[in-house]
Design a protein around this ligand. Sequence first.
Ligand code: C2O
Ligand code: CU
Ligand code: CU
Length: 491
Amino acid sequence: MTSTRREILALMAAAGGSLAVTGALYARGLGDDGQSPVALQPAPAAETVTQLAPIAAKFAAAMPIPATLRPTSTTSTTDYYTLPVVPASVEILPGVLTSVLTYGGSFPGPTIRARAGRRTVVKQLNSLTSGTSMHLHGAVVDEANDGGPMDLVQPGASRNYTYLNPQAASTLWYHDHAHHVEAEHVYRGMSGLYLITDDNEAALPLPKGQYDVPIMVRDIGLNPDGSLFFDHQFDTRPQILVNGKPQPYFQVAARKYRLRVLNASNLRPFEFRLSSGHEFTQIASDRGLLAEPFVTTSLPLSPGERGDIIVDFSRYPVGTSIVLENTLFPQDSTKEIMRFDVVRTAYDASSVPARLATLPAPLSPTVTRTFELDMDETTGTGRINGLSYDENRADTTVRWGDTEVWEIKNLDFIPHNFHIHLVDFRVLDINGVAPRAGEAGLKDTVRVMPNETVRILVTFNFPYAGRYYYHCHLIDHSSMGMMANLDIVRS
Ligand code: C2O
Ligand code: CU
Ligand code: CU
């Protein structure tokens, strides 16, 4: 039987699209001989395949807001934090304790709030039995503090990560990056938000304070005893969590809210919409505010991507409920993300200005490179340009200050994406078509769906040089080798 990947994708979409659509392992999409595609059926429910815990009752838990981490001390220039990596027991399913790995004991980790130009120092103590490496995703940071895959904090050891925050207001997140175990560490709980604000953002009349709400969405699989099930498989992660709770509800006032949406899943891409079908306004993407607001009905986010949206609940009478839905490959259990319940009216002086930020003008490229992403069907390793990650190999060397076009191709029939450390970039086009306005701002992670070729424009003029990384942020894939070294050299 021969089928092209495009045909397989079309068939899978017709079949409900969950079987191996974002699976890490090709085996799930292939026959027993490991070669021929399986006859496409609606995917068996993960619970029957692996006997996971049943999906928790939806909209039963209140959505928590991760606590803001308090500095242990503060000077005129610097906020000092302590953030130990510790195992913990948390209630994910009601009345059941689940063992997780955390930053600071909470699942997800606490939110760190930073100010552009002000220094943050995070002291990490590793109480796990394996090495860790905390990476601040989206940070403009020197190599020594980037949390690289080989730069481990050994069990029992501690170290400081220093961030100068020389960058615009943005929704960043920190997560583990210790190579080969990053996917499992992140899956078991090692991630949290890091929010940078700046003078420009502070002066805008956007919703603030209690009306500026983080929405960390991820999927997970739980065994019937409440323990986590982890095996690099998409189909075994049927439970949606928001800020650590299963498909929660959140009570809102009938006014505008800023929702900072992060896809914190290992493998699952989402496309969010409101069940009312109403428009909302995207104001920011990965690396900060868009130049102008983008009115839309959908927000696509692959793992690691962020999108800040303004939802105006004043159009709904008190007593209305609106569900945040996922329209991408929705299995029954992942279609509904959370529910907003409009419970009161409130004064609202906020607004969305027509201009949000001034983005740097794109520069002309002098270099073009191509990166092909695929999973090796026989060995189950992730590859970029045919090679799995090797810490000792120089994969890509760029000159500091150069502007380059990177063409990224997904050779597979499962989704991938592409993240580069340190820099931000512009998405030029996706299969030759300009991106939607929500993806035309400053990005650090971009979807590369099956059969897509995405071209990005990146200028390596950030105030650091040295060894950085690029990888697929379907993080099981990078754990399996879909990652490479990026050396930025000053000449
Ligand atoms: Cu969010 Cu290299 O990672
Ligand atoms: Cu990163
Ligand atoms: Cu991938």
